[in-house]
Design a protein around this ligand. Sequence first.
Ligand SMILES: *Cc1c(COP(=O)(O)O)cnc(C)c1O
Length: 412
Amino acid sequence: MATQEHVLGTYGRAPIEIVRGEGSYLYDGTGKRYVDFCSGIATVSLGHANPVVTRALTQQAEKLMHCSNLYTIPQQEELAELIVREVVQLDGQIFFCNSGAEANDGIIKVARRFGHRHPASDGTPRYEVITFLKSFHGRTLGSMAATGQKKVQVEFDPLLVGFKYVEFNDIEALRVAVSKETCGILLEAVQGEGGVNPVQPEFLWAVAQLCKERDLLLMMDEVQCGFARCGKMMGWQAICPDLKPDLISCAKGMGGGFPMGCFWVSRRSIDEKGTSLCSIMDPGSHGSTFGGTPLACAVSLAVVREMVKQRLDERAARLGEVIKTTVEGWRLPCVETVRGLGLLRGVALVSSALKVPDGTTPAAYVNNLCREAGLLACPAGPDTLRLIPALTVPDDVLQEGLDILHKVLRNA
Ligand SMILES: *Cc1c(COP(=O)(O)O)cnc(C)c1O
């Protein structure tokens, strides 16, 4: 086992070394095989070492990896068109970056610029973005400040100003929170890290309505719940199919394991002159050295084409129901319910029905037992075990993973 002598200890890592993957299986250095219901935290959407993805990567690497955004990159246009047409399904433009945190920083910048162009009635720029308790938006200074969880902000204050956190799914609290400085509302269709909490459809509609009334931007963080994960191409489509967001951040699953992120900006007009929202981000307003390299775009193109071709959104919807009915069907006292949509599922654990040792959480405890038994999952908050298999997980491997979970939960 290699030491972590020179790697900064920002992660509490499990004591295994993963050396190889194939589909929904991972192998450690001792040759032990795991069923993977973590998928690199919802990134490896087409499974490990998928030949379609590997071929796209190697073929592009042989031609051109990177040339900078000083030139036109044809793969960017191709991928952006595919995302607009098949994934978002609303007209707009895409900015490419490398991670979810960067994508959120990007849409926060767009919202602030919008707040300058559409100031408060006294002429002062609007800059405040309202987010929700238990949300997760990333670890950069901007996205950390946007995150509605104290634990990620401890001793990093003073935080970037301009965020306010409101109880999720509470429209009255949200109405009260909107001030003359507010320019946008940012939320996840399904809160991933915060415990797999889906937004209620009535709430999401009310948020959209409030945005219209108060001239606010509706900002969806689709980093985890997007790209077919929740049974539709975008998470919000599985909840309110007719919703029209203004800004959308994406990353994780769109790269199939390769670092890739983006944000989408609506082309809708924001004034009587017909100025489009995307036009307020003009040359020089934003950038990224590595954003949208030919290599990253070629890989993501292969991933997204495959999602569309194989209708992996529908597959996620079907397999997600299998997880829910199977786990709830066990009728175990330690399982309260199964939350979530598609293949973003959270098993809500009942602490009092488990032999949880002191100093650990029910989710960490069950997660460790699963790993020892050959199943990799992922906690989401203290009481929820998150199951996020690849969208391509074969039916029998899904069953194999659930069988391990059943055995673990019966004895935990
Ligand atoms: C993971 C995640 C992020 C941050 O993405 P990184 O790629 O780790 O920066 C942001 N928002 C949500 C909803 C996430 O799940």
